[in-house]
Structure formats: structure tokens, C-alpha cells
Design a protein around this ligand. Structure first.
Ligand code: C2G
Length: 448
């Protein structure tokens, strides 16, 4: 019996897939079809898959062509499968020509003609609306955002605005954004959603303007530095059925989400302590260290450390204290200790002091160690008293990782009833509350 194996995502199952399966089946007597898991596709940068793995498997079953369906969940699995199932022929569409020649060592490799004119990508574009995004602020983070947005099929970076028109023109030119907006009203009239990457003190005004103009908003960190303003903006967005999201990128990275899920599944027992540090030595002349521009380590970086603390220990702490060194009126270093009824958290942030940027989460059964930079990690380790039980977890991200945040923003816009657990309004408000306390209540700050 001649066994043939083929693999694919088979999203929005179409004629091209069907032709490929028929051709593969004709090569032998027994056809095995490998369907990628959602996680595997995420890992290889396919972020736009519409059907989940169950739906995609069901579509293959419906063809009646597969004698066996298996799932593909890791890189390198094809060799394992060929050996495990005694496969004679590996077949795949001609768009992969040459890419799987390394399998010739294990079986025959056949590239079958691809059906022209149809693909999951074009079907996805037809099926879904395109979200046009306008950008306010044209600095480095905005550049990275534009480059990462290219990986989300149903997003177009349509236009940008910067009060300095010349800067805006060169930004649009460099990034091939066709429309330059010379005013805010022009910007909002052209798009469905706005990404705000302007200096922190402009965030409130721009967010309010965008929401009042009926646009969804994704706003960079620090979002706003007053809880009252944040609540007002959320209420405004809510009343207009618009999405308002803080661009806290850590919340959307694959490894961070797996970490939170594993910890909630009790892998280290009760969590007793969370310690997270993030320090970035910054030029003294940077706006990030300018008091007049809401600079300082707490304003700049506390949101990252507070995220895992609030996700894991909740937002109802008993008290909070800050130990800070100030220079030119801004904290160049702060250590913060947050006491809960049965646990404790601490973090260090610094723009003028450097420390190890790792995170340790201690529990009653073991602990998690995440090396620097934990806020955009691809790896963490669970460690136990019995070293044999230690386990390393790898969840790589694609590109710069910003695409996961963009994907979540767009997915929330497209699914108005979706509740995003990755970063809740309560978590955002609690982060802002801590930053505001630091600015306004000097009683809880001990100067060092
Ligand atoms: N295909 C085709 N004609 C099309 C579209 C797709 O023949 N118009 C083929 C592809 O070449 C592939 C199969 O259909 O052999 C599945 O395609 P996808 O769902 O796009 O999966 P893909 O990303 O190609 O994954 O490990 C997974 C494999 O590497 C292939």
C-alpha cells in the first residue's frame, strides 16, 4: 500500500484545497492529511486564520478524501510523521517548490500544481471588512507599528497626522502611506480607527477627539495619567460602542498569555510573591526624563510591571509604597512594594539606574523564572525543589511582536461583543491609579 501525506491550514476551505487533496490522493492508496493547530499557525506568523482547528478538520472530513487526519503542532513534525506512519510520498502545493526537499532523505517528495486565482488570503479579504487606521504621532514606535500592521490582512494604515507637516510627509513617504493628513479633522474623516503614538501629555486630548469623532482608539503607554480622565474616556467610548485599548504590548505576547494561563492552572500552587523589574538607561535630555512632559520611570515603565502583578494577584491590594531616587524632579529609579492580604509584589523601574530585567513568581509548590527582557519574552521556566520536575516553556513571537496587539485591537473592533481578557479595563484603571498615586501622594514615597 502506497501512503501519501500532505499538510495545510485549510482555512476557509476552497477549490484550491480540494484540487490539491484530490491530486495527492491519486498519488497512492492511502491519504494522511495533517492539519495545523491554531497555536502552530500563530507561531509561524499566520495570524489571520478564520476557522479554528476543529472547523478546519471538519472541512477535510467532508471531502471524504482523507483516510486519516492528524494534527501538526510543531516544527520538525513532518519527519517524525513520515517515519511514524511509514509514508511513501510527501505531497504539497507548488507554492512550496523546493522548500521540502530536505524530506527526500525520508520519502519521495512531490510538488503538485497549485490552483491559480484562489487562496485563503483573498477569501479572508473578501469576507472581512478592511479596518483603515490613521496614526497620530510619527516617531519610532509608530514606524514599528506600521511595519508590524502589514502582517494583519484586514488592516490598512491609511493615513497619518503630526502637527509638524514636514515630519508627517517624510514618515508617510518612507513607509509608503499614500495619504498625508494636514489636520486632525482630515485624519478622522478618512479612517475607522486611530492609533495614538504622540507624546504622553497629548493622549487625553487626541483620544477624546478621536472617540467624539466616532473612531476606535488604540493609545500608546502611558495612556493617561489620571484615573478620572481614563474613566471619562472609557465611558465616552462605551456610549458610542467604540473600542478603546491601551497599547500595552506585553499583554498580547503569546508567551505572556501562556504564562498567565499556566499560573492560573496552579502549576506552582498558590502565588505568594511577584517580583518584576524593567530598567532602561535613558539619555538625560530625553523627553522620558523631562518633568514638563510627564517623564519619569514610574510614568514610563510601571505599566509593564503592574500588568503581571494585577493579573496574578488581583487589584485589591492593602497598601503600596514607593522608594525613589529623584533627579530634576523626576524619578530616575523607583522600587515599589505592594502588600496584599496573603501575598506581596514588588517591582523596580529605572530610566537612570540599571538592574536585571527579570521576573520571578513564587508559589507554594515552585516558582517561575523569566529572564530579561521578561516584558517581551519568548521563554520561561517552572522550577521546583525536585529539579527533575523543572520545565522550560518556549513560545516565540514573530517580528517585533507588536502584531499581536494590533490583531487583538482589530479583532475587538470586528467582534463588538468580544470581551478581551488579555487587558481589561479594570487592569488599565488600576495601573493608572498607581501612577497617579505616585504623582499626587508624596506620603507613600520614601526618597533615597
Ligand atoms: N493550495 C493549492 N492551491 C491554492 C491554495 C492552496 O494547491 N490556490 C495548497 C497549498 O499549496 C497546500 C495546501 O493547499 O499544499 C494547503 O494550503 P494552506 O492551507 O495555505 O496551508 P499552508 O500554509 O500551505 O501549509 O505545515 C503546513 C504546510 O507547510 C502547508
Amino acid at each position: 500500500m502506497k501512503k501519501v501525506i500532505t499538510y495545510g491550514t485549510y482555512d476557509l476551505f476552497h477549490q484550491g484545497h480540494l484540487n490539491l487533496l484530490k491530486r495527492a490522493k491519486e498519488l497512492g492508496d492511502y491519504l494522511i492529511v495533517g492539519v495545523t493547530t491554531d497555536n502552530f499557525d500563530l507561531g509561524r506568523g499566520k495570524l489571520n486564520v478564520c476557522n479554528n482547528v476543529i472547523e478546519r478538520i471538519e472541512a477535510i472530513k467532508q471531502t471524504g478524501l482523507a483516510d486519516q487526519i492528524i494534527i501538526e503542532e510543531y516544527i520538525g513534525q513532518k519527519i517524525d510523521d513520515i517515519l511514524k506512519y511509514n509514508v511513501d510520498i510527501f505531497a504539497i502545493g507548488s507554492d512550496w517548490e523546493g522548500k521540502f526537499d530536505y524530506l527526500k532523505e525520508y520519502c519521495e517528495v512531490v510538488y503538485l500544481p497549485r490552483t491559480e486565482g484562489i487562496s485563503s488570503t483573498t477569501l479572508r479579504e473578501k469576507q472581512r471588512d478592511i479596518i483603515r487606521i490613521g496614526i497620530i504621532g510619527t516617531g519610532n514606535i509608530a514606524k514599528r507599528f506600521v511595519n508590524e500592521a502589514k502582517f494583519i490582512t484586514n488592516v490598512r494604515i491609511h493615513t497619518a497626522y503630526n502637527p509638524n507637516l514636514e515630519d508627517c510627509k517624510s514618515f508617510c513617504n518612507e513607509l509608503k502611506i499614500t495619504e498625508v493628513s494636514s489636520s486632525l479633522s482630515e485624519l478622522v474623516s478618512k479612517v475607522d480607527a486611530i492609533y495614538i503614538a504622540s507624546p504622553p501629555l497629548t493622549h487625553y486630548f487626541y483620544t477624546k477627539y478621536a472617540i467624539e469623532s466616532g473612531k476606535h482608539v488604540l493609545c500608546e503607554t502611558p495612556f493617561v495619567l489620571s484615573e478620572k480622565e481614563a474613566i471619562e474616556l472609557y465611558d465616552l467610548a462605551n456610549n458610542k460602542n467604540l473600542r478603546l485599548m491601551m497599547a500595552l504590548k506585553t499583554a498580547f505576547y503569546p508567551a505572556f498569555n501562556h504564562l498567565i494561563s499556566l499560573l492560573k492552572s496552579d502549576i506552582i500552587g498558590d502565588i505568594v510573591s511577584v517580583d518584576a523589574s524593567i530598567t532602561t538607561l535613558t539619555d538625560e535630555k530625553s523627553p522620558k526624563l523631562d518633568f514638563e512632559q510627564a517623564g519619569g520611570s514610574m510614568n514610563e515603565n510601571a505599566c509593564f510591571s503592574l500588568l503581571p502583578i494585577f493579573k496574578l494577584l488581583g487589584v485589591n491590594y492593602v497598601d503600596i509604597n514607593f522608594y525613589s531616587r529623584f533627579k530634576n524632579n523626576v524619578d530616575i529609579y523607583t522600587k515599589c512594594i505592594i502588600r496584599y492580604p496573603q501575598s506581596i509584589a514588588s517591582f523596580q523601574v529605572g530610566l537612570g539606574v540599571k538592574s536585571e530585567g527579570s521576573m520571578v513568581i513564587a508559589g507554594t509548590k515552585g516558582y517561575i523564572y523569566i529572564p530579561a527582557p521578561w516584558w517581551k519574552t519568548e521563554f520561561f521556566e517552572a522550577r521546583y525543589e525536585d529539579l527533575n520536575k523543572n520545565r522550560k516553556y518556549f513560545y516565540p513571537y514573530e517580528g517585533e511582536g507588536l502584531r499581536y496587539e494590533i490583531k487583538e485591537f482589530v479583532s475587538c473592533i470586528m467582534n463588538p461583543n468580544k470581551i478581551s481578557f488579555k487587558l481589561t479595563k479594570e487592569e488599565v484603571l488600576s495601573i493608572i491609579r498607581v501612577q497617579e498615586l505616585f504623582i499626587k501622594d508624596s506620603k507613600s514615597i520614601y526618597r533615597i
